[in-house]
Ligand binder design. Structure first.
Ligand SMILES: Cc1ncc(COP(=O)(O)O)c(C=O)c1O
Length: 375
């Protein structure tokens, strides 16, 4: 159950009595809630949690327990999920560019399903993971998505059939197709158009004697980062996707997805405290004990914006938030409306469970990212 604001603030106060900040609180019940919401909205689609969003072991264990599959991007991620109980048959190695060593590890660990988007990758896969089940990742529209993925990844749809045939000629099993509409995708059209393109490729493949049976609709499913984002409904988007899946694909096709942010984002609350304050450039400047090199790294890598909240109430003033390091780049936000804060006061952010601690630098300037606590 989503906690009311008072509930969250009490939780923060309670945690700060036991632990020092910065803290990344992961609300376990919200992991389960997101998983169930995904399942209820897209019951035919098996989610393979993209652990890049947050590889914290307790989170992975929770998704193992809930029956998720996993999307891994490297042998290290693969080993992590396997050690935590994931079934190798429910893992997709969904990085289209893999090193020889990582492909060899996949073979040894019996992770036989992987994506590719170019011919050179097929040579590596056939050599180091003979007989692998491969899915061609195609380039699709990423219009309006916050993180654009189609520039770096994805074969042109027109190349798909020849690449799938090439895979077959090398002894691989061309079993399906994948795409990614870009992360934090609020434009359902990206999914709907991608499904049309995928369906055309499935049909053309059939005519060429290639029987594709797996469609991987990727990640990208959006979450609310701000309270005012209430128009953003995953459910509405999912209804449209579901209709298309039913209409465009044959009954024998298995659907999977690679949600990262959607499953883990809403569960995270980052709790920081003010460690210094000044008045400069006509504004209050508050220096927090976490910053861009730590759990706010999503501002840089994920192009994410956050809603900053305080436990203190009162008149609000234009303020700047900065991180604790000696680097001026470590400025979190130049313009936030915040009450007057003192050293020790709390600044917290909800819905920050994805692409935050995952991309934090371990020890820049000697500052450690937030301690992660499941609660
Ligand atoms: C191949 C792949 N799958 C899944 C994801 C997860 O995407 P999201 O967190 O938007 O669901 C990503 C994110 O970059 C990705 O590159």
């Amino acid at each position: 159950m989503k906690k009311k604001m008072g509930g969250i603030e009490n939780l923060i106060r309670k945690m700060l009595k036991k632990h020092s900040s910065p803290l990344m609180l992961i609300e376990e019940d919200l992991l389960e809630k997101q998983f169930k919401t995904f399942h209820n909205a897209l019951p035919e689609v098996t989610p393979y949690y993209a652990i890049k969003a947050n590889p914290y072991p307790e989170i992975i264990k929770k998704f193992v327990e809930l029956g998720a599959g996993f999307d891994v991007a490297s042998a290290n991620e693969m080993n992590t999920v396997l050690e935590l109980g994931a079934n190798p048959e429910k893992i997709i190695f969904a990085n289209t560019i893999k090193s020889n060593e990582d492909i060899r590890t996949a073979y040894k660990k019996k992770v036989k399903m992987m994506t590719f988007d170019n011919e050179s990758e097929l040579y590596k896969i056939s050599k180091y993971c003979p007989g692998a089940r491969v899915l061609i990742r195609i380039k699709v529209a990423n219009v309006g998505s916050i993180v654009e993925l189609s520039l770096k990844f994805g074969a042109d749809p027109e190349q798909s059939i020849s690449l799938l045939k090439k895979a077959r000629s090398m002894g691989l099993k061309p079993v399906g197709l994948s795409f990614h509409v870009g992360s934090q995708c609020t434009n359902a059209e990206n999914y709907l158009q991608a499904l049309e393109v995928a369906s055309a490729i499935f049909n053309e493949a059939k005519q060429s004697g290639l029987f594709l049976t797996i469609l991987d609709i990727g990640g990208g499913f959006p979450i609310k980062h701000f309270e005012k984002d209430s128009h953003l409904t995953f459910e509405r988007m999912a209804t449209q996707i579901r209709k298309k899946l039913k209409r465009l694909f044959e009954k024998n096709v298995k659907f999977i997805a690679e949600p990262g942010r959607f499953l883990v984002g809403p569960s995270g609350i980052l709790v920081t405290q003010v460690i210094g304050r000044t008045f400069r450039n006509n504004k209050n400047y508050y220096y927090l004990n976490d910053g861009l090199y730590g759990d706010f790294s999503g501002i840089v890598f994920d192009h994410c914006k956050y809603e900053f909240r305080t436990l203190k109430r009162g008149q609000r003033f234009l303020s700047t938030l900065a991180g604790p390091t000696c680097d001026s780049f470590d400025t979190i936000s130049l313009s936030e409306d915040l009450p007057e804060l003192d050293v020790g006061n709390v600044v917290y952010v909800k819905n920050i469970g994805a692409y935050s601690c995952a991309s934090a630098v371990p020890n820049f300037n000697g500052f450690k990212p937030a301690k992660i606590i499941m609660c």
